[in-house]
Design a protein around this ligand. Sequence first.
Ligand code: KG4
Ligand code: ZN
Length: 365
Amino acid sequence: MEVHTQLNDSNNKVPQVVLGFESSCDETGVALCTTDGRILGQALHSQIAMHKDYGGVVPELASRDHIRRLIPLMNEALAEAGMQLQEVDAIAVTTGPGLPGALMAGCAFAYSLAAGLGKPVIPVHHLEGHLLSPLLSAKPPAFPFTALLVSGGHSQLMAVEHLGSYELLGETLDDAAGEAFDKTAKMIGLPYPGGPALSKLAEQGDPTRFELPRPMMHSKDLMMSFSGLKTSVLTTAMKLAGVQNPSETMRLNEQDKCDLSASFQAAIVDVLVKKSLKACKQAGHNRLVIAGGVGANKHLRERLTAEAKRKGIEVFFPELSLCTDNGAMIAYAAAMRLADNPKLLESRDYAMQTKPRCALNEAWA
Ligand code: KG4
Ligand code: ZN
């Protein structure tokens, strides 16, 4: 309790502690973060094994599993931090975007917990969590920077001047990069989530064997499109497998699968690299930050680092474990906002509102 008493004294510099929850899709994450940016404890449960048999996330199962996991994970994170629940200064939770039921599970729990403890709630936009996650790495970027946010649901380029200043420079017109990875992987019979499985296969493939399109790569703007690339993989796979039915493309032989994966990955990475460097130039930034699940892709990391270096741009990635969804990035985003605006500690607004669809700049409007 001594810690808490000190924290309430606005004249001293003892950092506050935020307990954050993430449950927007298929990972339940809980973490404790201080307003000076230290993760004190974290726990994560991935539902991949549970959804695998269905070839993708089953929303109802996801919600039920979040409910089951939240309390044990919270206790695990608190134990790692060596803290009691009452010592926490604020509760943070992802309010959107994400699956409605999954968000509801995390938010209902977090808001009720906060109301019971009489602590403030700091709602967090999921994409802000991703966007700030590279700041948790050993070599964090300084503001301002251009960000490439590539996850299962989003592919966006953003100019980030400072905390809370997120200008959308461009985004995909159709599929997100992660979605394209997942759908392409499914086509060739790889298990969910397809991104990591496909990139593993690509390591043994020839990226030059199939000439796949790089949609909109040379367009003047910063918009992207990945659904045509996915269709092109499908027609190539059908031809190779000698099948008329799109659902039979998993019959491809192993080498064809590897080569197709490598060719697909090379095409998507080409587009992401080109657009990211163009976005940096347009925004006048010499720092590029990558965030989101696809940021874990080895080929993307290598290509971006090499190409950016040639242009005098420094690239920053989150730690691999923080690329996909986790509680640390949510607790951190909330802790940074609290450090920026200590008045957030005074809020006792428990009128929970989940936002399954919500743009990042709307969240700050
Ligand atoms: O950020 P994230 O955990 O979830 C969303 O907020 O959407 O990203 C998940 C996405 C999935 O589409 C997954 O296939 C992709 O990130 N992903 C990858 C890799 N690891 C995860 N895509 C390509 N290569 C990877 N190594
Ligand atoms: Zn995410």
